[in-house]
Design a protein around this ligand. Structure first.
Ligand code: HEC
Length: 158
């Protein structure tokens, strides 16, 4: 059976919720240390990923604006820009440093946005699109709760 990325994300977040429940500091939302898995990336690689991330946030901002105006063609266009076409060639050295789960989660987010674009065009249903966007944002949340990017030098000093 092919692993279902959405299910993976849900399981991941449940897992994390359970981990936080055990943490006495969790209720104050002030973690004493950053327990997220570290991706050791060079400054250039980090910049590349963070650039993509800011495009995500920019797109989500535009999409929510378009949804508020019930401008479904704009919703579709913005979503499509965050879809598979946004995935450009990942340099092999960077690809090798990214865990498979990380890449799968990333791809599934791009696929979601393509689906949101198609459905926005065909259904023109703001609530439906919002529900889809919400489900996709959970994947953003799940990945951010799991990973951090640090340069190798920084790790050596810890
Ligand atoms: C597969 C994992 C993954 C997914 C999915 C993901 N991100 Fe990220 N994102 C990261 C990582 C890792 C960082 C760096 C976090 C750190 O080092 O503390 C990051 C950082 C960011 C940043 C900060 C950028 C900066 O310049 O510092 C923004 C904004 C962001 N993500 C938005 C999003 C949004 C919006 C989504 C969903 C549409 C999303 N991300 C999905 C992994 C992911």
């Amino acid at each position: 059976m092919k692993p279902n990325p959405a299910l993976l994300a849900v399981l991941l977040s449940l897992n994390l919720a359970a981990a936080y429940a055990d943490d006495p500091h969790a209720q104050h939302h002030v973690p004493l240390h950053d327990g997220r898995a570290v991706l050791e990336l060079s400054p250039d690689e980090r910049a590349m990923i963070l650039d993509e991330m800011r495009m995500f946030l920019d797109g989500v901002e535009k999409m929510t604006g378009a949804l508020g105006r019930q401008d479904m063609p704009a919703v579709a266009e913005t979503a499509r820009n965050l879809g598979q076409k946004m995935v450009h060639e990942v340099p092999p050295a960077l690809r090798a440093k990214l865990p498979p789960e990380f890449r799968q989660l990333g791809f599934s987010v791009h696929r979601d946005f393509d689906q949101i674009a198609l459905d926005a065009e065909s259904m023109k249903d703001v609530s439906y699109s919002l529900n889809q966007l919400s489900a996709t944002l959970q994947k953003c949340v799940a990945c951010h709760a799991s990973y951090q990017i640090r340069p190798p030098v920084f790790n050596a000093k810890r």
